[in-house]
Design a protein around this ligand. Sequence first.
Ligand SMILES: [Zn+2]
Ligand SMILES: [Zn+2]
Length: 363
Amino acid sequence: MTTTQFSSEERNRYKAKAYAAANANSPLASITIPRRDPGEHDVQIEILFCGICHSDLHTVRNEWSAIPTVYPCVPGHEIIGRVNKVGSAVTKFKPGDIAAVGCLVDSDGSCPECQAGFEQYCHNMTLTYNSPDVHLGGVTYGGYSDSIVVKDHFVLRVPSNLDLAGAAPLLCAGITTYSPMRHWGVTKGKKVGVVGLGGLGHMAVKIAHALGAHVVVFTTALNKKEDALRLGADEVVISRNTDQMRKHEGSFDFILDAVSAEHDINSYLRLLCRDGNMTLVGAPDKPHAVAAFSLILKRRSLSGSNIGGIAETQEMLDFCGKNNITAEVEVIPIQKVNEAYDRLSKADVKYRFSVDMASLKSQ
Ligand SMILES: [Zn+2]
Ligand SMILES: [Zn+2]
């Protein structure tokens, strides 16, 4: 076969073990799913660890009206594994290599976004799960599985010094916080705020600290102070304390807002200096109210950011390798995933669950 485009009938498939939700209300349970046999540009990966992202929970429960969930749904886009097999045209990987897959497994490669290395903004990108699967029909299945087959361009190399369970969350939480900080010029000497110390926020603190910034964590929970300092924060501000907040007015170069619950963003915008930027990576259900003067008075800007491109994700992994940065994880067997979801919905995790996929073998 000379073409790389396969119709769903042409492509041979094999069976993989996975955990899936059958509908928006059912717990995740063991299932067998089809995976394509690797084509010439494909990498087949035995999955070792998969992080549990808040998006997994939202998708499983069909909470995003813009992207309705197709069931069965196999979530997971923080994937670390060992290369099992590569196609004949793959040069970047060989069997035995440690490799990673994040939120994207394909894009058109030809639009201006892809050409510029911003695959995450491509109109035709294929998400790692719950996106139409051009190879097999149906939708793509994510990392709560014993294996996955992904086009080589979307497979990342993992620095050998990183703990693999802790490295998995870098593929979403890590790049989601790294990308806007790089875009908005967070470097040594800059003053950076991080709003919310959860899965994303704790990565932001570690990365901003390693970039050399002066890091201030905003939290509502006084009991997170010690942890924030241990993770690399220079200061912790209790956001309800208006005196503490006022002291920082007009002083921040950049603030990353990782909170998905409703909150007043004007109280943070006022803390930005002239030309300072605040980037949203959390997505509350209701629209934010923005007072125009919060922006006008010091030419401040408010923006959003969505994960990162493939080249930038590799850059982030290499940066984390150099600085020995991984997520703080609680490693669980796949059989505990439903319990983990319950705890995640109550923000009861420090700071990410990472599923040890060896547990799926005994299933
Ligand atoms: Zn995610
Ligand atoms: Zn594109």
